[in-house]
Ligand binder design. Structure first.
Ligand SMILES: Nc1nc2c(ncn2[C@@H]2O[C@H](COP(=O)(O)OP(=O)(O)OP(=O)(O)O)[C@@H](O)[C@H]2O)c(=O)[nH]1
Ligand SMILES: [Mg+2]
Length: 369
């Protein structure tokens, strides 16, 4: 399962513009609130200079980056959870995603309509947070009702699970009523596990994305600062992107031209790259590689995953039949120059089931089928 990320925010803040820039898919972007009705799903390669280097070294037939899926979701307005605007249509689209990228308008432009007629990031963020919390409150109430009915008919084991979930929901409900996210509520480990079944939106991690202009990219502005404060208040981070600029960048032909264009703004990576990298940080994701003459490939795991779980990302049979992993680090490969030199230097390690895979490991799995 790749990381997938839902793009939410008020109408007309530039979600589809950023989505198109990210995916180069043609999501409709128009100066028209609610132009996105069906969710658009786009697959984006995770930019990773290490994979490029591995590929240059192994000259494989195929190079396959890790991917992130982005889902462009229609704008939410105040009252969405009560059916305003496109109402609850957004719910089904957002429930499925692993993470939320919340786009906030941080550019001034009198030609682009703001739903509240003024650019005020703190207030905009609050509107979205309230709507998401209210949508979850609705889910919680429906879920509690259903679970209570089930309690009467279930066997002991399922009953225990149901009780755990109910106890989690009881703790979460008051927070949602105050407009706070479910993730801010402290739960026992077994409650946290049980409540996953409720698919609450505000349980997901949320990255704030400032959509600003070129001036804001260079020098920052008060809007961006406001978003940063809001991000730190929810224990997250804010990424600064210029949607319009990124879209133009995507239209540029060569890598060279793109780099020059970025350098003019004093940037090393595109907004796309910084967004994806921030998402990896927020979710505690790590990358390992498989490298050979057939294929060089980047894979995504969670921090703390052990070798068999990493093998399972490639194929479930690899996890079931896991024997051991032969591992060296990307950094060693670069400093020593070849796999042969790695072996000679004794840097190729044999690791077993307990090994915690590190970011940048290059792995060859041995398994039974
Ligand atoms: N000036 C300026 N305009 C922008 C920027 N980003 C987007 N826009 C414009 O804002 C308008 C709305 O952009 P969209 O990307 O369609 O907005 P959206 O958030 O997807 O809107 P909905 O799908 O209706 O919720 C378009 O006319 C864009 O060209 C920006 O960084 N600066
Ligand atoms: Mg849109």
């Amino acid at each position: 399962m790749p990381l997938n990320c839902g793009i939410v925010g008020l109408p007309n803040v530039g979600k589809s513009t950023i989505f198109s820039a990210l995916t180069s898919a043609k999501a409709e972007a128009a100066n028209y609130p609610f132009c996105t009705i069906d969710p658009n799903v786009g697959i984006v390669a995770v930019p990773d200079a290490r994979l490029t280097k591995l590929s240059a070294m192994f000259k494989p037939k195929k190079t396959v980056p890790a991917i992130v899926e982005f889902v462009d979701i229609a704008g939410l307005v105040r009252g969405a959870s009560k059916g305003e605007g496109l109402g609850n249509q957004f719910l089904s689209h957002i429930r499925e995603v692993g993470m939320i990228a919340h786009v906030v308008r941080c550019f001034e432009d009198a030609d682009i309509i703001h739903v509240a007629n003024r650019v005020d990031p703190a207030d905009d963020i609050e509107v979205i947070h309230t709507e998401l919390a209210l949508a979850d409150l609705d889910t919680v109430d429906k879920r509690v009702e259903k679970l209570q009915k089930q309690l009467k008919v279930q066997d002991a084991q399922i009953k225990k699970e149901t009780e755990r979930e109910l106890s989690a929901l009881a703790k979460i409900r008051p927070a949602l009523q105050e407009g706070r996210a479910a993730r801010t509520v402290s739960l026992e480990a077994d409650e946290a596990e049980a409540v996953k079944r409720a698919f609450l939106i505000t349980m997901k991690k949320e990255l704030l994305v400032c959509n600003t202009d070129e001036e804001g990219m260079k020098a920052g502005n008060a809007h961006i600062e406001a978003v940063r404060r809001a991000a730190s208040a929810i224990g997250s981070e804010a990424v600064v992107i210029c949607g319009k600029f990124e879209a133009e960048l995507g239209d540029l032909g060569s890598e060279e031209e793109r780099r020059e264009f970025l350098a003019e703004l004093g940037l090393e990576e595109t907004g796309l790259a910084s967004l994806i990298h921030a998402a990896y940080r927020l979710l505690g994701l790590r990358t390992f590689f498989t490298a050979g003459e057939d294929e060089c490939r980047a894979w995504t795991i969670k921090a703390g995953d052990r070798a068999p779980q990493a093998a399972g990302v490639i194929h479930t049979d690899f996890e079931k039949g896991f024997i051991k992993a032969e591992i060296y680090s990307y950094d060693d490969l670069i400093s020593l120059g070849s796999e042969k030199a790695i072996k000679e230097a004794g840097k190729l390690r044999q690791e077993g089931k307990e090994y915690v895979v590190q970011d940048g490991d290059v792995i060859f799995f041995k398994f039974n089928v």
